[in-house]
Design a protein around this ligand. Structure first.
Ligand code: GAL
Length: 691
């Protein structure tokens, strides 16, 4: 298979799954660096991210740059055959920058200029900050582009800063001019006739700063688009410097899952590797399923190619109010879950636990108490496990159901002054994902304007913003034989956040065969709906005053403000079918509905006990035990899902343990245990084709 040089595959082809962490040598002595490298090797570490927070060490005073110490670090790593993801150090400018040039510091919505002494204290709109970023990035890349340790480049860290200051205002105006051309265009797009907001001069246009009352929703939406574009510009500017000096090695930055301040969909094409930071809360019972959704998002952003888990914690983080630890087995399971869902690089924050600074209580691969610890033994075990998973490296994760997710709809669905602030789009997306996850249905997370043709069903839990392009895409997919499900409060507004005029969902009314006239937040006691088969479900939060215009009614509202109205409907249109869900269904009812809608053959054909996550990746079947106890799974229940198992006469091997199982055996999964099964020959060698 041809491997693009500027990709994750180019790195994993020889190294296998990448395994490592952020490494912050500036916090430690030279003697410690040597010990670190020795212990990294022993743990199977093959990649470390360095230089993320090195700017003040590189350049303690303006213009006085010393990169030699980093040269030593890279030499040590190269000698140990440990690759490096080298960062531009722009996430935390040195104090002199903020001190000398206060305009580089970010300004909040309330007009407060933030100080330095922490990190991320920069405005992405600041010309001076950007100039210094280019300068230091160029110095670092020029010096190390030919270093044998460097495998890839990392721009900044978790780009997410939003600034409301004067330079941000100038940049916002520039962005708006490019989008709307004229002030008339802007006034129309922002509907400034409302509340006497019409602009007569570009200088009057501002970010949506703290104001006496509610903000203009169209302005808010554009400011979020602009802020996302501005951060991407900051990334692209530093990436261009890398590209100029190193035409080949991949460049990335670390994303933050479902992060609201950047539209990662529009970023994805700029990143050579999709890389994510994931810190699921061990206290959250939905943690594993929400993590899976984020992983599916990352894989989808990567176009189905492998992605990178750039950061996670081995045990506790230190930034929540009460930081639960994770067992080494739990941490291992979380990493294996990512691999199951397409990840080929498993990294942590950070290698050695800090003894100082705000993150001194944050776990690491090497705790302060040393290598003779459960956490570190867990790390070594994981390193060995990942080395065993070579047969899945580069493999794709088949998915034939899509969940639609657009950032502008998320933004529009979380603005001020909506019918209800309880209908959170991300919560809705997660709620719809949960029954699919439990049923072993792997999904891609796609744009409403994306190519939907590969999918046998497309679920649209929450899509407030629907322009003609989005509507046409969903309509042609449905008419062409697709199955589409639309959730409540979808298709209500155009791309400027102006409501569509007419019975809703205006642009898709003919497709869904129902139409609505009023959004109806429900009283706290909720309401009930009755399904056509007589079942009754409690519903809560939100409903819509809908009537059937050709669709079959699947459920009708009971007593309350929506009595007699359609709650859920189904409509055949063209060769396909469209469902409309006009309320917030309880988990069981949603699960039943989605099970009926997702066609047979979309789930991994496995009847595994509850609590076991099942994912097929390439030729392997991953079984991940998230339940509270050990579970046994008969191999014969799994066989339909194991690729090429027929030729292997039902014999499978667990890549993690090399244990061979026949069709009459059982796989035993301990708490937080996992198995990765592949069809194998009589000698236990996997028979599936390697990618
Ligand atoms: C991330 C960040 C790391 C570290 C980590 C701690 O957000 O990129 O530098 O702070 O959190 O969990």
């Amino acid at each position: 298979m041809a491997v693009h040089a500027t990709s994750l595959a180019a790195l994993t082809r020889d190294a296998g799954i990448l395994f490592g962490a952020d490494f912050n040598p500036e916090q430690w002595s030279r003697a410690t660096w040597h010990e670190d490298v020795h212990l990294m090797r022993a743990a199977g570490v093959n990649l470390v991210t360095v230089g993320v927070f090195s700017w003040s060490r590189y350049e303690p005073q303006e213009g006085r740059i010393d990169l030699e110490w980093m040269g030593e670090v890279l030499d040590l790593l190269a000698d140990a055959s440990i690759g490096v993801d080298l960062a531009t150090p722009t996430a935390s400018p040195p104090p002199w920058l903020g001190h000398r040039y206060p305009s580089t510091l970010p300004v909040t919505r309330d007009g407060v200029r933030l100080g330095y002494g922490s990190r991320s204290h920069f405005s992405p709109a600041s010309a001076i900050y950007r100039e210094h970023c280019r300068r230091i990035a160029r110095a670092v890349v020029e010096r190390f582009a030919d270093h044998p340790a460097v495998r890839m480049w990392h721009i900044g860290n978790e780009l997410g800063q939003v600034c409301f200051g004067d330079e941000a205002a100038i940049a916002f105006r520039r962005w708006l001019r490019a989008r709307y051309g004229t002030l008339d265009g802007l006034n129309e797009a922002w509907a400034t006739a409302v509340w006497s907001q019409a602009y007569g001069d570009w200088q009057e246009v501002l970010p949506p700063r703290a104001a006496p009352y509610l903000h203009n929703p169209s302005q808010e939406l554009d400011f979020r688009r602009f802020s996302s574009d501005l951060l991407l510009e900051l990334f692209a500017e530093q990436k261009a410097i890398v590209r100029e000096l190193d035409p080949v090695r991949p460049v990335t930055t670390n994303l933050m899952g479902f992060f609201a301040d950047a539209d990662y969909r529009s970023w994805a094409g700029e990143l050579d590797i999709i890389a994510d930071d994931a810190y699921p809360d061990p206290a959250d019972p939905h943690g594993p399923v929400d993590a899976a959704l984020t992983q599916d998002l990352m894989r989808s952003l990567a176009g189905g190619d492998p992605w990178m888990l750039m950061e996670q914690a081995t045990s506790a983080v230190s930034w929540r109010m009460h930081n639960l630890v994770k067992s080494p087995a739990r941490s291992r399971l979380e990493s294996l879950q990512a691999v199951a869902r397409g990840c080929d690089a498993v990294c942590f924050f950070q290698w050695r636990q800090a003894r100082s600074g705000p993150e001194r209580f944050h776990s690491a691969m090497l705790p302060l108490s040393g290598a003779d610890t459960d956490v570190h033994r867990g790390v070594r075990r994981l390193g060995a496990d990942l080395a065993r998973l070579r047969p899945v490296v580069g493999a794709r994760v088949p998915a034939n159901v899509a969940l639609v997710w657009d950032w502008p709809s998320w933004w529009a669905g979380t603005q001020e002054a909506l019918p209800s602030d309880r209908l959170d789009p991300l919560a809705t997306l997660r709620a719809w994902y949960r029954p699919l996850w439990r049923a072993g249905v792997t999904v891609d997370v796609v744009a409403s304007t994306g190519d939907l043709s590969p999918y046998r069903a497309v679920l649209v839990p929450s899509l407030a913003v629907m322009g003609t392009e989005q509507a046409a895409n969903l309509e042609s997919y449905t008419r062409g034989g697709g199955r589409v499900v639309l959730g409540p409060f979808s298709g209500i507004a155009d791309t400027h956040a102006h409501l569509h005029v007419g019975r809703f969902p205006v642009l898709l009314r003919a497709v869904v065969g129902v139409s609505g006239e009023e959004w109806v937040p429900l009283p706290d006691e909720g309401s009930s709906i009755t399904w056509s088969d007589g079942r009754v479900s409690r519903v809560e939060t939100f409903g819509e005053r809908l009537r059937a215009d050709g669709a079959r009614t699947l459920a009708t509202f009971g007593p309350g403000p929506l009595e007699g109205c359609v709650a859920v409907s189904e409509h055949d249109v063209g060769g396909g079918t469209a469902w409309y869900v006009g309320t917030v269904l309880p988990p069981e009812a949603l699960a039943t509905l989605l099970e009926q809608i997702t066609p047979t053959g979309t789930a991994t054909r496995v009847s595994a006990p509850k609590g076991i996550e099942v994912v097929v990746r390439g030729g392997a079947l991953f079984l991940l035990n998230h339940s509270r106890g050990p579970l046994r799974v008969p191999v014969r229940h799994l066989l339909l899902a194991v690729p090429r198992v027929d030729e292997a006469r039902g014999t499978v091997v667990d890549l993690l343990t090399d244990t061979r199982f026949g069709p009459m055996d059982e796989v035993v999964l301990e708490i937080d245990g996992a198995a990765v099964l592949m069809a194998c020959d009589g000698n236990g060698h996997p028979t599936a084709e390697l990618p």
